[in-house]
Ligand binder design. Structure first.
Ligand SMILES: NC(=O)c1ccc[n+]([C@@H]2O[C@H](COP(=O)([O-])OP(=O)(O)OC[C@H]3O[C@@H](n4cnc5c(N)ncnc54)[C@H](OP(=O)(O)O)[C@@H]3O)[C@@H](O)[C@H]2O)c1
Length: 251
């Protein structure tokens, strides 16, 4: 399947790197499209109309507010559309691209290292063979999960933001142990492995968070003290506020 990416920014680059396949791509800034084409062995194309003519599927990787402008540039040439645009519903996509099969996606940048999470909701006109080919491609860059369309915005508050949240948590954690005397390079080497290994352990425990916590929490011990400090600092309220901030401000 030849995929054409409209927009060669952060998310398009992460997706294409994860697939490891040549892509066709465009960007307002030609150098960005050329860099992405060079990274994938693909081709930077001169216009969105040409991209759509040559691709089996056009993936919208521009900003959400650019939907109608890009649809005009594509001018009815797309055979199928996949969109990663935050907050742009299937019905908005179908009215911007009438008669064209569409699929709505929500990825995160961890697709670049093939450990992404990608949620999807297909439109009614998306046929089985095309959907299967697209899901196979997406599956190369991570875990692919079907969700009801109204939950895609909520999924965004969990998966798309995750690399940024984990980076912030890692930074705060490193700063705290540096303050207690650990060299920063040692702390940095430990934090990513501690997070990755703990995520792996949680998966191995069927995401049973309580079982995983209890296995390392001796009553009255140091982990219990640390967890208590996080609860007192309002970690649950902070995550509730962060989810609300994303879902309530979807463009
Ligand atoms: N970044 C994430 O983690 C993430 C996660 C999930 C979903 N998304 C979605 O992914 C989309 C892209 O996000 P991003 O972070 O990758 O943004 P980005 O880095 O700004 O990339 C978007 C690119 O599209 C270009 N563009 C604008 N109009 C275009 C046109 N008519 N034809 C071709 N290219 C055009 C932009 O150029 P200009 O800058 O010159 O306009 C920019 O280079 C957004 O809709 C966002 O909601 C992002």
């Amino acid at each position: 399947m030849v995929v054409g990416l409209v927009g060669s920014g952060n998310m398009a680059t992460a997706l294409a790197r994860g697939w490891g396949e040549p892509v066709l791509c465009t960007d307002v800034v030609a150098e960005r499209a050329q860099a992405l084409a060079a990274a994938t062995g693909g081709e930077a194309v001169a216009s969105n109309a040409e991209l759509a003519q040559r691709a089996d599927l056009v993936m919208l990787c521009h900003k959400p507010y650019q939907l109608d402008e890009v649809a005009q540039q594509i001018g009815g040439n797309a055979k199928a559309i996949a969109s990663i645009l935050a907050g742009v519903t299937i019905s908005r996509l179908e009215s911007a691209y009438p008669g064209t099969p569409v699929m709505r996606l929500m990825p995160n940048t961890a697709v670049e290292v093939r450990r992404g999470v990608i949620c999807y909701a297909p439109g009614n006109q998306m046929g089985e063979p095309l959907a299967a080919a697209l899901l196979e491609l997406l599956g190369r860059s991570g875990r692919v999960l079907a969700v009801e369309e109204p939950l895609i915005d909520v999924a965004m508050a969990l998966i798309s933001v995750a690399p940024a949240y984990i980076a912030l948590i890692a930074e705060a954690w490193v700063d705290a142990v540096v303050a207690r005397g650990m060299p920063a390079d040692q702390a940095s080497a430990m934090v990513a492995e501690a997070i990755a290994g703990s995520a792996e352990l949680l998966s191995a425990n069927d995401v049973d968070t309580l079982r995983t916590r209890r296995a390392v929490t001796t009553p009255g011990g140091v982990t219990a003290q640390g967890l208590d400090a996080l609860e007192r600092a309002g970690i649950r309220a902070a995550f509730r506020d962060a989810v609300d901030a994303v879902v309530d401000h979807v463009p």
